[in-house]
Design a protein around this ligand. Sequence first.
Ligand code: ADP
Length: 256
Amino acid sequence: MKENILVKYNDIHKSYGDLEVLKGINLGIHEGEKVALIGPSGSGKTTLARLLMTLEEPTEGTIEVDGKLLWHEEVNGKLQRASEKHLHEVRGNIGMVFQHFHLFPHMTVLENIMEAPMSVLGLKKSEAKKDAEEMLEKVGLIDKVDTYPAQLSGGQKQRVAIARALVMRPKIMIFDEPTSALDPELVGEVLDVIKEIALEGKMGMLLITHEMDFAMDIADRVVFFDEGIILEQGPPKELFNNPETDRLQSFLSRFT
Ligand code: ADP
């Protein structure tokens, strides 16, 4: 399962004005691998995810997804700036679930999920509906097909957002603190759905989380970010039981 590298960050730097947020990140994610990013607020985790989504462009360095560069493409043996078509192809491999759901408020649950497969992938309505229903079964919300987002709880909204990302069948899904905007009693249902998807195994995951038990449970590898660099990484048990740096020790002590 782990031979092929799906995502590769090569010496990534990112600055906003004078503030250098990422200071040389090298990170590879294998096909199907689940990587959890942990670290203090402001350490650059979301920026790293946004770069992969092409919502931001690196100041220096390159990112490859499935062997293709994100911002450049080779045309007649020369590297040039990527066309929209190229970016679109690369983005097709990546799904994202945000902290604040970002559902379309004027569409029903079913319409929210059918939208991208129809407009981006060109699926027929009947096919998109079938896929959307299958995903809603998976996240346990098939009874909500005709409901509008405003009538759902936060946990249900996030499960719809997950179904909407899944239906595009990405090779990697990014979860950016998917439970941090939820009331505590709704966190569990969302984590359960993510765990179930993780156990299916096929899809890679980049998961930014403050839920350490959850990271321990589902991640193949945990990466600790601190002030724009990767300070430590490893299998969750090793990292959590034997942190090498004081920074990680002190970070983890907040969760015990
Ligand atoms: P984390 O996800 O680890 O909390 P972020 O990647 O969100 O960290 O932010 C890292 C740093 O970058 C923070 O200091 C944040 O204020 C800054 N930052 C993030 N996005 C922007 C932006 N668009 N413009 C300016 N500064 C930003």
